[in-house]
Design a protein around this ligand. Structure first.
Ligand SMILES: Cc1cc2nc3c(=O)[nH]c(=O)nc-3n(C[C@H](O)[C@H](O)[C@H](O)COP(=O)(O)OP(=O)(O)OC[C@H]3O[C@@H](n4cnc5c(N)ncnc54)[C@H](O)[C@@H]3O)c2cc1C
Length: 391
């Protein structure tokens, strides 16, 4: 089948990989002019790691990423509130790694080895599903027919908008925003130490990366849903929200203009009653964004791509495959979303009680036994992967 995949992030290229393996002809279309670099750091673990192993890219991911040796909670005055060992949560030999989202995307795209037609700098303008094909009008003016179209175009999916309706219907805004950026040569710097500074209303996380870069992730409560569009507006919002912050925050804000770009977005989930409609399906954040709170969106996006390809490989037709894809994954993703929502107070506590509760839980997680007990419950993915799709 000819399958158009919209979005070359994490889910899209993973689906392309498995579709090629099962004899289909996918085309990837990506709005950006090329693969994105930089961006934020993600933790990669769980059943998604198993998908990466089946793709033969796990070793490369471990090589591209980092394993923090310490997580350190900072006080306002710069002293240490408590520390924890991330390995006590995931386990010493566990299959997990922290890496730049763009590095994960690059490794997955590398696994395609030029076997997939990839169009950068274009997107879909209209989709007409006549029951036998989907006619696609591209922004570039091209018109092409495909057997299936899959929207893997992220939280603000255009495919979802075109086929399922306006974004607000399915987006659950969780009440806070995220800003992520990196700075070269930032000091102080301690290798492989994740630092967290949390107050009522916000959290700042830093992690030292290769090439003398420091990654910053700022989460903050914000009732307004609008995302500032210009760099000036982004910086102004951060200065307002972090005006009274202590620790290294004044210095971080002062150096903001040095950041090459700032990623800023709402922290939202996508909740839909169905991810498919006729010959169109949604995948990854476009279908069921769990948000950064789950710490697992990328891994889940890969699982969804793998399962969709596996169901397309073994079903008689796409209707059966889409049905099986939803049945297998919807309850699992709903549970992930609910669990993630409960973690909101860890990223931006709403009051002092939540802040104290968060710190007490994090401190308890510093004890290996507690961490192992909690990890066993929270870090287990209750799903079994189907056999790998093949021709
Ligand atoms: C700050 C932050 C921290 C996170 N931390 C973690 C973590 O620790 N662990 C984890 O697993 N996940 C984490 N996530 C979530 C993770 O990044 C996402 O769940 C994952 O990237 C989803 O993959 P995707 O392919 O569905 O979408 P994306 O990665 O967003 O990719 C979508 C792609 O579609 C393209 N696109 C968008 N619109 C169009 C269009 N109209 N036409 C064509 N192309 C288009 C985009 O340019 C992009 O390349 C985090 C997210 C954020 C924001």
């Amino acid at each position: 089948m000819k399958v158009l995949i919209v979005g070359a992030g994490i889910a899209g290229p993973t689906l392309a990989y498995w579709l090629v393996r099962s004899g289909h002809a996918p085309t990837l279309v990506e709005r950006a002019p090329g693969l994105r670099r930089g961006g934020y750091l993600i933790d990669f673990w769980g059943v998604g790691f198993e998908v990466a192993e089946r793709m033969g890219i796990a070793t490369q991911l471990l090589h591209s990423g980092y394993r923090a040796r310490e997580g350190r909670q900072q006080r306002r005055d710069g002293s240490r509130l408590f520390s924890f060992n991330p390995e006590s949560i995931f386990g010493p030999g566990a299959r997990y790694v922290s890496l730049a989202r763009s590095d994960l995307a690059a490794v997955i795209c590398g696994a395609l080895e030029d076997r997939v037609e990839t169009v950068f700098g274009d997107t879909v303008r209209t989709l007409e599903d006549d029951g036998a094909h989907v006619r696609v009008n591209f922004e570039s003016g091209a018109v092409r027919d495909f057997d299936l179209v899959v929207g893997a175009d992220g939280l603000h999916s255009q495919v979802r908008h075109l086929v399922f309706g306006a974004g607000e219907r399915f987006e659950k805004y969780l009440g806070f925003k995220i800003a992520a950026f990196d700075l070269e040569g930032y000091r102080p710097r301690e290798e492989l130490v994740t630092k967290l500074y949390t107050e009522v209303g916000y959290q700042v996380t830093t992690f030292p990366m290769r090439d003398d870069a420091m990654m910053f992730a700022l989460t903050f409560l914000d009732d307004g849903k609008e995302i500032p569009q210009t760099r000036e507006q982004q910086e102004a919002l951060l200065h307002t929200r972090f005006a009274n912050a202590g620790w290294e925050v004044p210095s971080i804000l002062e150096q903001l203009p040095r950041a090459e770009s700032i990623y800023m977005d709402r922290v939202s989930q996508i909740r839909m009653p169905s991810w498919t409609c006729g010959r169109v399906a949604l995948l990854g954040d476009a279908a069921a964004c769990t948000s950064l709170l789950s710490g697992q969106g990328s891994a889940l996006a890969m699982v969804e791509a793998y399962v969709l390809a596996a169901e397309l490989a073994r079903a008689k037709n796409h209707v059966e495959a889409f049905d099986a894809y939803e049945r297998r994954l919807m309850p699992f993703l709903r549970a992930k979303q609910k669990a993630a929502e409960r973690l909101a107070l860890a990223f931006a506590p709403r009051n002092r009680i939540q802040l104290c509760l968060r710190n007490a839980v994090m401190r308890a997680m510093a004890l290996p036994l507690v961490a192992r007990l909690a990890a066993g419950k929270s870090f287990h993915d209750a799903i079994e992967l189907p056999p790998a799709p093949s021709q």
